[in-house]
Design a protein around this ligand. Structure first.
Ligand code: S3P
Length: 177
């Protein structure tokens, strides 16, 4: 059995759903943003400000490489931009089953509108920023995913149940082929 990796836009619920899934599957939970923050002893905002986005993106790639070397079994929530690098998408597939938590922009906007910790959402007109960023990223998330889960207007219980069913079906399919 390998890991389960949750991808998707900021605010789609990767951390909350990841923790609940971790409990349901008795599998430890990891969050790449938190691993990186601990490693550099800075918040993501400080890291973007002091070292720039590219540096952060390199740390994300290194983080996935380290997890591959470790060869453990985890539920992993990755930062919203991690799956955008082609190399990272390849590494994620090796790491385990990739699940895209798909949400519409209204859901995302409601969840992140008061957030100050995500550097890419600060500044003027966050609604427009979210809409255009999501439109660009959606096909990339889709291409990276083994399983797509719609999270709009669903309770966490429904989402977890849906994930469990789809993971089981996916595992059966991949074992048989
Ligand atoms: C980012 C998402 C954030 C964090 C950073 C950049 C992105 O993680 O990695 O602010 O590019 O989408 P969350 O998706 O956990 O908010």
């Amino acid at each position: 059995m390998s890991s389960i990796i949750l991808i998707g836009y900021m605010g789609c619920g990767k951390s909350t759903i990841g923790k609940r899934l971790s409990y349901a599957r008795r599998t430890p939970f990891l969050d790449t943003d938190k691993i990186i923050e601990r490693k550099v002893n800075m918040t993501i905002s400080e890291l973007f400000e002091k070292e720039g986005e590219e540096y952060f993106r390199d740390l994300e790639t290194n983080c996935i490489k380290d997890l591959l070397k470790e060869n453990g079994q985890y539920i992993i929530a990755v930062g919203g931009g991690l799956a955008l690098r082609e190399e990272n998408r390849r590494l994620l597939k090796k790491l385990g089953t990739v699940i895209y938590l798909q949400a519409n922009w209204e859901t995302i906007y409601e969840r992140v509108k008061k957030d100050t910790t995500r550097p890419l959402l600060q500044g003027d007109n966050p609604q427009e920023k979210i809409r255009s960023m999501m439109a660009k990223r959606a096909p990339i998330y889709q291409s990276a995913a083994d399983i797509i889960i719609d999270v709009d207007n669903k309770s966490y219980e429904e989402i977890i149940e849906n994930i469990q069913q789809q993971v089981e079906a996916f595992t059966e399919r991949t074992v048989r082929t």
